[in-house]
Design a protein around this ligand. Sequence first.
Ligand code: SF4
Length: 234
Amino acid sequence: MAAPVHTHTSTELLAKYDIPSPRYTSYPTVPFWDEKPLTQERWLLHVQQAFTKTNASAGISVYVHLPFCEQLCTYCGCNKRITKNHAVEEPYMQALLQEWEQYLAVFEEKPRIAELHLGGGTPTFFSAENLKTLLQKLLEKVEITEDAAFSVEVHPNNTNAEQLQVLFDLGFRRLSVGIQDFDPCVQFVINRIQTFEQTKYIFDVAREIGYTSINGDIIYGLPLQTAYATQLRR
Ligand code: SF4
């Protein structure tokens, strides 16, 4: 079920992202920040309305949050849970699939997936086998649009070739690789030690497998970062 390559021109990309937006998506999402309590019924009704509006035309976008990380980066503002206990994968997958079934029950037609994004946390905290099981089940009862875009965020310290291959086979073509800073001193203070080689390895393997869009996340404004920091430490 490989998704074809999704290409944009620079102008299209600039137009797409030239909008004000929150740093992270909140739950409940901003339209629900009012006085009324957010009940399950109200949420599902909104999901159903949003679904009906776009499913038949553009298709829907699905974001799957995989919140586990093995180590805390000190700058992190994500909704995450730090653990080295991988036994958490299985029950979390069950909960996710249960939630997905709830949505399927309120959709009035077969979902058409135009975009699927895995974020976290560290999506590649999950084993290749679990990622495969989760996504196969999630995509079991859907259609995938012709130009669908599937993407995943990865942490080089928790990613291997097998995971990247499994995701590629399921249609993923875009990777977002967390780098933040290559400077070992900055990495030390943000508690995120990853070597240049580890990061390069992910880029090399992903290119070899056939990923067509590979992004590297860099953060500006971290402790010890100045224009001259690296030079001064020499
Ligand atoms: S890997 Fe990402 S989500 Fe996890 S602690 Fe670091 S910044 Fe936060």
